[in-house]
Design a protein around this ligand. Sequence first.
Ligand code: GDP
Ligand code: MG
Length: 318
Amino acid sequence: MNGLADRREPQAQPLQSASATAALQDVPHTEAGKDLPGARALDVNTSNMRAAALAVVMPTYNEADNLAEMVDTLFSLPLTNLRLVIVDDDSPDGTGALADKLAQRYNQVQTRMSVIHRPQKGGLGTAYVAGFQRALSDGAEYIVQMDADFSHSPTYILQMLGVVFATDMDVVIGSRYVPGGTLDENWNWWRSLLSKWANMYCRTVLKIRVRDMTAGFKLWQRSALQDIKLYTVRSNGYIFQVEMAYLSEKLGFHIIELPIHFEDRRVGQSKMNVSVKVESVWRVWELLWRHRKRVSCAREPLTQPRPVIDSSRPAPHR
Ligand SMILES: Nc1nc2c(ncn2[C@@H]2O[C@H](COP(=O)(O)OP(=O)(O)O)[C@@H](O)[C@H]2O)c(=O)[nH]1
Ligand SMILES: [Mg+2]
């Protein structure tokens, strides 16, 4: 059974029903040391979840005003094995140097944060691929991708992980376009329309069911990222997100979209300009052609939750 098959009818999606929604409402008040709300609502083993080897991959370009608060927020989540990989492209505002300083602070007892410095602005997609590769080679079992600008609230990571622990999904997409998902109130009708149109366009051309094709907030299981074969992913900008969603569905991954509230960035400016958006329109056709020979990896049916992992086992991060 493919997870997507469950999502044809929104009402029939088990994880967008009462339990996931309850978990979402629970989250903003999470404190370190308390029970994990995502686990509580989804009835999964809290201590295994707390010890999960999870890496957050975060590309940055001119995010100096967001980074320190974001890093502190991530490391105050009640996930003892959370690691962070920053991929900075020599940001003129000094984000890279700030990331190094933060890494020094958080790496005093054990390595929790690493910074990849690239020599120049190389685009979101290649930054993610570099970060994913680092997270995989460091031994992460779960990999989260997210923006540095608080559009993606870090507290959702607990829900995403709870969903994976409860269901063994390959990919959880933080989605604006499933029931319960919302956009920032400040988005004007034109921006919302454009975003929704872009999603509809991609879904129609690529014939896939993921609703939020351009979502940049996802949690991947290690095996899913490995099966994608990151060296085949070439897109940058928004189309990178589309390519990853397309491959996930084409390869037969178990996918679920978890409703999120998408907030506009608090400070700084978007790096996605009009040309990046326009480029996405024709690049969709290129994706269709480039991946025409990829076939499903035939995932096992999702009948049982994964076996319980002994949380006393050393963390798989190396
Ligand atoms: N390393 C790197 N990060 C980037 C690049 N472009 C955008 N980002 C980061 O990717 C994330 C998403 O970009 P953002 O400007 O917020 O896009 P928007 O949310 O679509 O407006 C942010 O954390 C940016 O700092 C890039 O060329 N290189
Ligand atoms: Mg953003």
